[in-house]
Design a binder for this molecule. Structure first.
Ligand code: GDP
Ligand code: MN
Length: 387
């Protein structure tokens, strides 16, 4: 989950870092009022989940409240790389020319099996550009996952990166950055620019903060920060059931299976059979009838879905439980689209017996996934043609 700048700042502030003062606003009037209250120049900053907002015109220095109002009028509603700005952060401006802009960041680095801390004197600009043009200007340091970043290491990195200013304070900020990353299971935390003023004191002026989605259950307090309106409603519902679900564009065939691998294969098979998968849905291992029922209900709700291909390889998951879930959805009138399935393995015969007993045209079972996908694709395509 990507956080907005104002949210990332809040986490760094809670970790004890010195963060530039700022307040969130949704209207130009609010922005003017905040600027008046601050009583000094402000910066109006678009809050969208992309980098390079400055270059795109989404970060504007505003010497007066009137100018802040004007800038807010331009920035709110603006489109930055396909995202509409509907809120801005108003910060107490610092005198950039009187100080220096640095870069520090922590990323999960699979090559070293830990976080890598990066530091560069070339702050303020895109770190990707620095990495491409002058890679020697970025210092890399593997952070030991047991000890975390230790102050003496941070001071050493600051020296190597050529940072000037109060190195103890700068190193302390790097340690806090690192602590925030560990504490929040971040996959990325960047401070760019890390501003060091004329007295040598560091301050966070901008941050990118991304929390590992797989760790969100450990950060329930951040759940409110998720922007549900930006997500597909079916994805929101799926996450309530704990499903791994992704809505796919331009699809006509619903797909569900038990395990990420089998679902990916299912998408390929449906594609090969001539239909277009409308979603990815992994119901996980050992699903009981109620889980299958919820999954079928979810996929059926999707107006793009014209047929449903269910691909289950029964190990811990019992085929008869799958059949029961599908039949329940049928009995309750939730299932209105043809389900073509392959359920092999544990309790396959019991499943077959249950379905035979039902003998509904809407639910059919096939011996192989190819046959089931073929039939599901046929149904999806004929429905799409309006037959
Ligand atoms: P980004 O473009 O999305 O990375 O947004 P930033 O928050 O990093 O802002 C971009 C640039 O705006 C910074 O590198 C600074 O040069 C400038 N900027 C940001 N905050 C201030 C500030 O408080 N005062 C001044 N003078 N410039 C700022
Ligand atoms: Mn930045």
């Amino acid at each position: 989950m990507k956080l907005h700048e104002y949210q990332g700042r809040e986490l760094l502030r809670r970790a004890g870092a010195n963060v530039q003062e700022g307040r969130l606003a949704h209207t130009p009037e609010e922005v003017r009022a905040i600027a008046e209250e601050f009583g000094e120049p402000v910066v109006v900053k678009a809050q969208v989940h992309v980098g390079g907002r400055g270059k795109a015109g989404g970060v504007k220095f505003s010497p007066t409240p009137e100018k802040a109002y004007e800038n807010a009028q331009n920035i709110l509603g603006m489109d930055i790389k396909g995202l509409t700005v509907n809120k801005v952060l108003v910060t107490k401006a610092v005198d950039i020319d009187a100080g220096t802009e640095y870069y520090v960041g922590m990323i999960v680095d699979r090559n070293v099996g830990s976080y890598t801390l990066m530091a560069s004197s070339e702050g303020g600009m895109d770190i990707e550009e620095v990495a491409a043009a002058t890679p020697e200007k970025i210092i890399h340091h593997r952070v030991d996952p047991i000890t975390g970043l230790r102050p003496f290491e941070a001071r050493d990195i600051a020296l190597k990166a050529g940072f000037k200013g109060n190195l103890n304070k700068i190193a302390d900020m790097m340690v806090k950055l690192s602590e925030a990353a560990f504490e929040r299971d971040a996959v990325l935390v960047e401070i760019n620019p890390l501003f060091v003023d004329a007295d040598g004191t560091p301050m966070v002026l901008d941050t990118k903060f991304e929390v590992d989605d797989n760790a969100m259950f450990r950060h329930r307090d951040l759940a409110d920060w998720r922007e549900l309106e930006a997500e597909h409603p079916l994805e929101v519902e799926a996450s309530e059931y704990g499903f791994a679900y992704v809505k796919l564009d331009d699809g006509n065939g619903g797909v569900l299976g038990n395990g990420a691998g089998i679902v990916m294969t299912s998408l390929d098979v449906v594609n090969r059979a001539g239909a277009k998968p409308a979603n990815f849905l992994d119901i996980g291992g050992g699903a009981k009838a109620d889980v299958v029922y919820n999954a079928v209900k979810l996929v059926s709700k999707d107006p793009d879905v014209k047929s449903i291909f269910i691909n289950i390889f029964g190990g811990i998951t019992r085929a008869d439980e799958v059949a029961k879930g599908v039949i329940q959805a049928l009995d309750e009138g939730i299932l209105t689209k043809p389900v073509r399935m392959r359920i092999a393995g544990t309790a396959e015969d019991e499943a077959k017996a249950l379905l035979n007993e039902k003998s509904s045209d809407l639910i059919k079972m096939y011996p192989t996934m190819f046959e089931a996908a073929e039939e599901a694709a046929k149904e999806a395509n004929s429905a799409a043609e309006g037959k």
